[in-house]
Design a protein around this ligand. Structure first.
Ligand code: ATP
Ligand code: MG
Length: 582
């Protein structure tokens, strides 16, 4: 078959040589044990992610290298070296020790992207406890649900966030200590009775700490999933995950020592920890951390000012940048960017190609989940991109497309996207829900819950989440295909497709669209978009289009098709704890 392709020059001619010049060659005989030799272990064969990401660089003589450039929401800037990180995390580990926190106990972090979030995070790991990251925009209920489910003993937060969730703190019997970070004295209010001051605890803590001798199988992070398809589940990860986080940082994000890396994901979601902490720092790379939220100009300015070379973002952000127009990026010097990546949702071909116009390179889509802990399928700097494809599996990972009986299908067929268990960053359980974990495995495969197709060259194409696939007159339709066509229309910024019941066809496709700035809904535009869909999609085209000011999304930026469907059918909305407010 012929595919639309964005070609790449031969690897040896690229100005910065890709770490993975030839995927097929790298896969030959690859074993994860090969990678074990590239990371550094603690004496006795122990493994700790804090040691891998921080202390080992100091021990190797790179303590003076900048680990983090932090830019606050008011433009403040702070810089920390790996040596600074080692000291601050050692202090926090000592603080936990002083509070009597035991290895394996859960410590939750509910903070904005402040340097102290990162110190606390790695301090918890250094101490051998388990971190639970919480997205800072959560309200009281999502915070209570997660902390209750995992029996958190300590919470680290900020004055304003503590106020927001105050009502639920008494409901958490396992919670013993609330530590308040008052960054640069932003708050002048006294602490609530019983709360502890981060600054006072740290001032009295020693900056020497012997990293806990955690085994590679010990839990390190519990990440709750995004809640796109239902109630979020607590995926428990282990220190061993760092092996794959390191490897994919090298192969997929293509980290080189001189890189300046920016990951726009919040550490409350798995991309913000696996790729906003573990991958870059295990590779010893300097990263930019921006406390502020999305803003097209502000983001372009960050890239220009700091000379970002490697960038990891998400389709929603890309679509918002597209919405802001092609003229805006021309006002900034974005020439430092060498490699751009996206994850979290389907990246429409239109968006991949937009990258070539605005950044002179395609946006590299890759696929993984909270459960997989690290990237599984990817586009690489030295591999041709087929817009709309998530790329090919990384070395050491076996991916298959399975039929309804969980047997592998030949290339070209749509089915369940599955992975052979045993990859290093694989989740080990859903916290308090082993039965749910067990339902994810069939005939020796981990079933991801996504539907895909693999072409004859091993590129994987996303079809939809298994729950979202539409059955119209015997055709199985992936919403992604329909949505990608809808957003090609010049007026459409975002699109979602669902199936609605139909007497004849079982289901027919309905599209929801949000328009780009400067376009207004009208009957004429509706007909035009329907016509565009019909021309491109024929039998599987949407029969109706509804305009929306915006589409319902999770706080991690994913379109919640199940909500559109429930609204359409007048059904209960289900778990909406991660729904973004408008
Ligand atoms: P929940 O499991 O609670 O419903 P979630 O699946 O959205 O939430 P995450 O683990 O954050 O939680 O998201 C992983 C999912 O995101 C994948 O299973 C897939 O559906 C989608 N996804 C991730 N990357 C891509 C991609 N490159 N293309 C298409 N979909 C993607
Ligand atoms: Mg999921």
């Amino acid at each position: 078959m012929e595919y639309e392709t964005i070609g790449k020059p031969p690897a040896e001619t690229m100005a910065v040589k890709p770490n993975l010049p030839d995927l097929d060659a790298a896969k030959q005989g690859f074993q994860w044990a090969d990678m074990y030799r590239e990371i550094s272990w603690l004496p006795g064969g122990y493994l700790n992610q804090a040691h891998e990401c921080i202390d080992r660089h100091v021990e190797a003589g790179n303590g003076d290298k900048t680990a983090m450039i932090w830019v606050g929401k008011n433009g403040e800037e702070e810089r920390y070296t790996f040596a600074d990180m080692k000291r601050e995390t050692a202090k926090f580990a000592n603080v936990l020790e002083g509070l009597g926190v035991q290895h394996g106990e859960r410590v939750f972090i509910f903070m904005e992207r402040l340097p102290e979030l990162y110190f606390a995070f790695f301090g918890v790991l250094k101490h051998g406890a388990v971190v639970g990251p919480l997205f800072s925009a959560f309200g009281p209920d999502p915070v209570r649900d997660r902390m209750e489910d995992s029996g958190a003993r300590v919470l680290i937060t900020q004055p304003d966030l503590r106020k927001r969730i105050a009502e639920v703190l008494p409901d958490l019997p396992a919670l013993e200590h609330t530590i308040i970070v008052n960054k640069n004295n932003r708050s002048s209010e006294p602490l609530e009775p019983g709360d502890l001051s981060y600054e006072s605890l740290m001032a009295g803590a020693s900056d020497e700490y012997d990293t806990a001798a955690t085994s590679m199988y010990d839990y390190s992070v519990i990440h709750y999933t995004s809640g796109t398809t239902g109630k979020p589940k607590g995926a428990a990860h282990r220190h061993l995950a760092v092996v794959q986080q390191y490897a994919t940082g090298k192969w997929v994000l293509d980290f080189h020592p001189e890189d300046l890396y920016w990951c726009t994901a919040d550490p409350g979601w798995v991309t913000g920890t696996s790729y906003g902490m573990f991958a870059p720092w295990s590779n010893g790379v300097t990263q930019l951390i921006y406390e502020g939220g999305f803003g097209a100009s502000a983001w372009y300015q960050m890239i220009e000012k700091y000379g970002v070379t490697v960038w990891y973002t998400a389709p929603t952000a890309v679509r918002m940048l597209m919405k802001a127009g092609e003229e805006l990026p021309g006002r900034f010097d974005l020439s430092s960017l060498r490699h751009i990546n996206s994850v979290g949702e389907p990246l429409n071909p239109e968006a991949v190609i937009w990258g070539t116009k605005v950044f002179d390179q395609p946006i590299h889509d890759n696929w993984w989940q909270t459960e997989t802990g690290a990237i599984m399928v990817a586009n690489y700097p030295a591999m041709d991109v087929r817009p709309g494809s998530m790329g090919r599996p990384i070395p050491g990972i076996e991916v298959a497309i399975l039929d309804n009986d969980y047997n592998p299908l030949p290339p070209g067929n749509e089915g369940y996207l599955a992975v052979r268990p045993g990859w290093p960053s694989m989740f080990h359980t859903y916290w308090n829900n082993q039965p749910m974990y067990n339902t994810k495995f069939h005939k020796g495969w981990y079933i991801s819950g996504d539907q895909s197709r693999m072409d004859e060259d091993g590129y994987v194409w996303f079809v939809g989440r298994a729950d979202d696939v539409i059955n119209t007159a015997g055709h199985l339709v992936g919403p992604f295909e329909v949505e990608s066509v809808l957003i090609e229309h010049p007026a459409v910024a975002e699109a979602a497709a669902i199936g609605v019941p139909d007497d004849l066809a079982m289901e027919v496709v309905k599209g929801f669209v949000a328009l780009k700035d400067g376009f207004e809904p009208s009957e004429e535009l509706r007909r035009e978009i329907l016509g565009h869909g019909r021309q491109r999609l024929q039998a599987i085209a949407p029969r109706s289009i509804e305009f929306r000011a915006s589409l319902p999304k999770t706080r991690s930026g994913k379109i919640m098709r199940r909500l559109l469907k429930a609204e359409e059918l007048g059904l209960p909305l289900g778990d909406t704890s991660t729904l973004e407010d408008d």
